[in-house]
Design a protein around this ligand. Structure first.
Ligand code: NAP
Length: 311
């Protein structure tokens, strides 16, 4: 166990965590950032980010998040690779356990983000890494010249489909409805691309073929006609949204029906000294810039909290 009690521990190293770290470091609070199992968060899995202000030509997601990390580290934020196994928020100081180590802290910022959602198909898990993927940036390269499928109807699916046209000979975008959540600009780009085809009102019932350790096709069903058929493809990329990484806190903090942490006054939880920011508490906007914004708020609230406590 660390002897001293820290001022602030930040769980998560995406946009929200890095921004909280930057503000806390500049307030001389010497924040400790626990990077978690997906360092860099969702930005590290994306390509060109065109809607983060300040980059007129856009910036690559991994570069943006790495810059944020460097900026916070320059002001004294300490980064540690480690996955939090448990946290006790019931008394002061709060304790956070990482592996065999227990860290004591006066405040905790939860910026654990959200992770990719899977479809839950019988063969899906067996084929992850063998043609089933939730990260076009990571795995698209392996499917050069192949025909591939992207599932989903939001911006993530459009972005993945567009990105995958760099490698694939054809991308089929499969969506369970004929209405799309995607923004008009992204949807139009995908619709206008000559190598993207749309298959709407269609659900995936399973993916073949685990015995060959590769994706050979999908079993599809039309929602309106109930007709099922086999659809040959070399890969299935999922762009069907995310699940908040808040399970560890479900007994100690309030969550909504989908597991997002509930906050009041922007980033306050019901436990004094515990703040939540970014995608783990934001089911509405879920943008890099809004995650950064709430990260900033959480750090400012930490400052206020510590000041009130006389630290
Ligand atoms: P989303 O907007 O929630 O869209 C998820 C899509 O997946 C929906 O079309 C949904 O279908 C479908 N889906 C969910 N569960 C499914 C299931 N079990 N089977 C089949 N389909 C399923 O999520 P997102 O696309 O990840 O976007 C999240 C947020 O990030 C949004 O605010 C988005 O604007 C933002 N984002 C922005 C950019 C960008 O601007 N460059 C890029 C990526 C994401 P239904 O529509 O039928 O529910």
């Amino acid at each position: 166990m660390e002897d001293s009690v820290r001022n602030v521990v930040i769980m998560g190293s995406g946009c929200a965590g890095h921004t909280a770290a930057l503000y806390a470091a500049r307030a001389n609070l010497k924040p400790l950032v626990l990077e978690g199992h997906e360092p860099g968060g969702q930005l590290s899995l994306t390509t060109l980010v065109e809607n983060f202000p300040g980059f007129p030509e856009g910036i690559l997601g991994p570069e943006l998040v790495e810059n944020m990390r460097k900026q916070a580290a320059r002001f004294g934020a300490e980064y540690r690779i480690g996955h939090v196994v448990s946290a006790d928020l019931s008394k002061q100081p709060i304790t956070v356990t990482v592996g065999k180590e227990t860290i004591r802290t006066r405040t905790l910022i939860i910026a654990t983000g959200a992770s990719a959602r899977w479809l839950g198909l019988p063969n899906e898990q067996a084929l992850i890494g063998h043609g089933v993927s939730s990260c076009a940036t990571c795995d698209g390269f392996f499917f050069s010249g192949k025909e591939i499928a992207v599932i989903g109807g939001g911006d993530s699916a459009m972005e993945e489909a567009l990105f995958l046209t760099r490698f694939a000979s054809k991308v089929t975008l499969i969506h369970r409805r004929d209405q799309f959540r995607a923004s008009k600009i992204m949807l139009d780009r995908a619709r206008q691309h000559p190598n993207i085809e749309f298959l709407t009102d269609t659900v995936v019932e399973d993916v073949h073929d685990p015995s060959r350790k590769e994706v050979t096709g999908l079993q599809l069903r039309n929602m309106k006609t109930s007709k099922s058929w086999d659809f040959p493809t070399s890969a299935m990329f999922l762009g069907i949204g995310h699940i908040p990484n808040a399970k560890m806190f479900e007994r100690q903090l309030e969550t909504d029906q989908d597991g997002y942490l509930k906050t009041h006054d922007y980033v306050l939880t019901r436990v004094p000294g515990v703040f939540a920011c970014g995608d783990v508490q934001d089911r509405r906007y879920r943008q890099a810039i809004t995650a950064a914004g709430t990260g900033c708020m959480a750090a400012i609230e930490v400052e206020k909290f510590l000041e009130k406590q006389g630290h």
